[in-house]
Ligand binder design. Structure first.
Ligand code: DGL
Length: 274
């Protein structure tokens, strides 16, 4: 039993989709969230910069005495070196492993699509895990760099014509290749999941990396004896590196029913000093 909070971070607010799922599966746990809103996006940057940012994000969370670090970011999860993660003083997980395994379980025709940021797709991270378990899988990966800005700017309402057009542009090839399972490899994408599902059709299973990872995190905490034993009343603290204009609206959109009724309380920190 461990009463310390769970640390969760992302390049920005996308990881809040994972927090929403964590709240659902572990309503009694306390959460400390860091969103690097001053330096988002990570997905278009080079490897060294992403690793450096991830180190600072993790050091910040460790300074808040977290018991577990969840990188709720497909880009960091695909880039931060596993050997470095293994040396952290608390257990760490990204979103790639559990999500890729869930896709292998879900597919019936062995054709799996992967969408994510440019850095995520370039890394081949999801494909490597899938091939490990299922060498015969046919994998179709596509970077979708416009999805993050569309989501951050609130273009998420069902049927939004701009988002619909971009979805068709990015996903047509995956649909033509008859993938029956599609990994949403970036934690921003659940916000446009319905529109993606409408385009891909009912026969395609969408795997939400935040959701799958929240369940895997709950199982890992349980296995490690790190749950706090409470079944309700968990708190969440939010930290960002810049308070974005319209933060409250954005946070509400990502957190859904877990945003509460008033403004989402947020504190700005100087991430460069970590
Ligand atoms: N939420 C991040 C991810 O899962 C994407 C945003 C970014 O490019 O920073 O990859």
């Amino acid at each position: 039993m461990d009463t310390r909070p769970i640390g969760v971070f992302d390049s920005g607010l996308g990881g809040l989709t994972a927090v929403r799922q964590l709240r659902r599966v572990l309503p009694g746990e306390d959460i400390v969230y860091f969103g690097d809103t001053g330096r988002v996006p990570y997905g278009s940057r080079g490897r060294d910069v992403i690793v450096q940012y991830a180190r600072q994000d993790i050091r910040f969370l460790l300074s808040r005495d977290v018991k577990f670090v969840l990188a709720a970011c497909g880009t960091v999860s695909s880039t931060y070196p596993p050997e470095e993660a293994a040396r952290l003083p608390v257990p760490y997980t990204g979103v790639v492993g559990a999500t890729a395994r869930a896709a292998v379980q879900a597919t019936r025709n062995g054709k799996i699509g992967i969408i994510g940021t440019a850095a995520t797709v370039r890394s081949g991270s999801y494909a490597a895990v899938i091939r490990d378990i299922c060498p015969d899988a046919e994998i179709f990966a596509r970077a979708c760099p416009l999805f993050v800005p569309l989501v951050e700017n609130g273009y998420v309402d069902a049927g939004n014509p701009v988002t619909k057009l971009v979805i068709a542009e990015y996903l047509q090839e995956l649909r033509d290749n008859n993938v029956d399972t599609l990994i949403l490899g970036c934690t921003h994408y659940p916000l446009i999941k319905r529109m993606i599902g409408d385009f891909m059709g009912d026969a395609v299973t969408l795997i939400d990396s935040g959701k799958v990872t929240a369940q895997a995190t709950a199982a890992a905490l349980d296995d490690l004896g790190l749950l706090n034993g409470r079944t309700a009343g968990g708190s969440a603290q939010f930290f960002v590196s810049d308070v974005p204009y319209e933060f409250a609206r954005q946070a509400r959109m990502f957190l859904g029913e877990y945003a509460g009724s008033g403004d989402v309380p947020v504190e700005r920190i100087a991430i460069e000093s970590y």
